[in-house]
Design a protein around this ligand. Structure first.
Ligand SMILES: [Zn+2]
Length: 207
């Protein structure tokens, strides 16, 4: 089993890299993307690859323990967060992680959780049909131990604290997921839009 067996999924991830790269959301090799390919494996970006110029050779397959199928390849350092999410919910088909400037500065300015409400763009998120919904977003402390970070995320999930298809990591960025890559992309775009709105409001002195 190699990435060559999944050309359509590889193509989608490469196109996402270009799109997010153009928007400045994955600079300096930051960010990582994955799609589920079966009950125990995902196609994921290799460590240190430039996302805006992603090609299929930059992708690899690992299992949900984070082990590479091809031992010559090294998955993204943040693979434990991706595999944690796939293990928590069999309905998750893709996980996308970005490092936008806005998400980074916003996450440093706010607490461990914050509410999104009053924005039409909330409807970009699955299951949200009104701007009046109050969506609580988690903002985890960063950690260089990705296994420990994944464990905290898993606990929050089990405790019912992750009610939107994404979360932030302080001073770091956004994780978002969806049933497939298209939905995960829509969630990233929706969240990034909402973060920009919140940051602009903070700068303007609005509550
Ligand atoms: Zn990251």
């Amino acid at each position: 089993m190699t990435p060559d067996n999944f050309p359509a999924d590889a193509q989608v991830l490469c196109e996402l890299g270009q799109l997010f790269g153009e928007r400045g959301w994955c600079r300096a090799t930051s960010g990582n993307f994955s799609v589920r390919i079966d009950d125990n494996h995902c196609l994921i970006t290799q460590s240190g690859r430039e996302k805006s110029r992603l090609i299929p050779d930059d992708l690899m397959i690992c299992d949900f323990r984070g082990q590479a199928i091809d031992k010559q390849q090294r998955p993204s350092a943040e693979t434990p967060v991706h595999t944690c999410l796939y293990k928590l919910d069999a309905g998750i088909g893709a996980v996308l992680h970005t490092h936008s400037v806005t998400a980074t500065v916003l996450s440093r300015a706010i607490g461990a959780e914050f509410d999104l409400t009053g924005f039409e763009m909330q409807k970009a998120l699955r299951g949200t049909s009104s701007h009046e919904a109050v969506l609580t977003m988690r903002n985890f402390d960063n950690d260089q131990d990705m296994v420990a970070l994944a464990a905290r995320i898993g606990k929050a999930w089990i405790d019912g604290l992750l009610n939107v298809p994404g979360f932030m990591i302080k001073g770091h960025g956004l994780y978002a997921w969806g049933k497939d890559a298209a939905e995960a992309r829509r969630h990233v775009e929706g969240f990034e839009f909402l973060f920009e709105c919140l940051w602009q409001e903070l700068l303007a002195g609005h509550p």
